[in-house]
Design a protein around this ligand. Structure first.
Ligand SMILES: Cc1cc2nc3c(=O)[nH]c(=O)nc-3n(C[C@H](O)[C@H](O)[C@H](O)COP(=O)(O)OP(=O)(O)OC[C@H]3O[C@@H](n4cnc5c(N)ncnc54)[C@H](O)[C@@H]3O)c2cc1C
Length: 309
């Protein structure tokens, strides 16, 4: 294929790190998914932009992966290029006035690294996502939230690649919704504003939030977090439990006994098993309650029309 040859030549000439025909399962937390034609691991903003310019100019299909913690990849994989951003990480301090720490963070930085970096300087904020294997880019795109707090609360500016250009936006309230940041494009970095927080308070929150997570979620198992968004009326997990699917298994995928909105890979589960479970839960909940469950998890290489309607 001509475009693959051209792409390989480009990566080699630029000295970019990439892999051919790479299985994507290891890059997701549920450990499921077939190969992508190419995976590239940009280490800087410049590498990311150069790669995107190349892919977009040639209309090569591509997809961005952060921590892969809310992602289901098809068993057949993805016929295109994945950009895995976990090597594009780090932050620098913009201002610190004793009340608020403003830092510029690259989007591939893990949430735990942000928590640790801010904590050393006496600032908090992201403890609600402690232990969640997400990157900042993924947390912004999904407006990740827990315990009544969302990522949106700490984001001041977002640097985005969209339509061959880099722009910086100051998000307004309208740009954020439940589990989504609506401004399109690939997030390169963001400016976060984090409040001064007493070390004992940070410790208390980390302990408290983690304990609540551990008690209610299958944190030690292979999952992609919540399968469905909560509908306005109630919790998706409670509805799935009501229709008797807690612990239900298809192949090696199972609806968690601990939390029915989580699907667990028991080992070598296929994406197809997970999709059947998602479809079953959606159908049963609709039949019983006339409530549509909308997937929170994102799909790659999967025709998700059946799951989203
Ligand atoms: C154990 C566990 C616990 C979890 N707990 C929570 C929780 O409490 N609250 C919650 O909201 N979620 C939770 N999740 C789900 C998940 O962690 C979040 O949705 C998280 O925000 C995804 O981040 P990520 O970097 O892993 O993104 P990925 O899974 O890699 O990607 C998710 C989506 O974001 C896009 N994306 C990723 N990076 C970028 C970027 N730089 N620019 C543009 N788009 C991008 C991807 O293309 C994809 O569409 C949990 C998951 C696990 C496994």
């Amino acid at each position: 294929m001509q475009w693959l040859k051209e792409l390989d030549r480009f990566f080699i000439e630029e000295g970019f790190e990439f892999l051919r025909d790479v299985p994507l399962a290891p890059y997701t937390t549920i450990k499921i998914g077939g190969p992508a034609k190419r995976a590239i691991f940009p280490r800087s903003k410049e590498e990311l932009i150069k790669t995107l310019d190349f892919l977009i100019e040639r209309q090569i299909p591509h997809y961005v992966i952060g921590g892969g913690s809310n992602l289901l990849v098809a068993d057949s994989g993805f016929f295109g290029v994945v950009l895995i951003l976990t090597k594009m990480k780090g932050f620098k301090i913009i201002t610190e006035d004793g009340q608020t720490l403003v830092m510029r963070v690259l989007s591939g930085t893990k949430i735990n690294e942000i928590i640790a970096g801010a904590r050393k300087l006496g600032y908090g904020g992201f403890e609600f996502l402690a232990g969640v294997p997400a990157t900042l880019g993924g947390a912004i795109r999904m407006n990740a939230g827990a315990f009544g707090i969302t990522t949106s609360a700490f984001v001041r500016k977002v640097e985005i690649y969209e339509g061959n250009a880099v722009k910086e936006i100051i998000p307004s309230d309208h740009d954020w919704t439940y589990r989504s940041f609506k401004v399109p494009g690939i997030i390169i970095s963001a400016e976060l504003a984090l409040p001064k927080t007493d070390e004992r308070e940070i410790q208390r929150r980390l302990r408290d939030f983690w304990e609540r997570r551990r008690r209610t979620q299958p944190v030690a198992e292979r999952t992609f977090g919540s399968t469905f968004k909560n509908p306005p009326c109630c919790y998706a997990g409670a509805l799935i439990e009501e229709v008797g699917l807690k612990g239900f298994r298809i192949g090696n995928a199972k609806i968690s006994e601990k939390h029915a909105n989580f699907i667990v890979n028991l080992g070598e589960a296929r994406a197809q098993d997970v999709l059947e479970l998602i479809y079953l839960a959606k159908t049963k909940v609709y039949e019983r309650f006339q409530i549509f469950l909308e997937p929170e998890v994102k799909f790659l290489g999967i025709d998700n029309e059946r799951l989203c309607n």
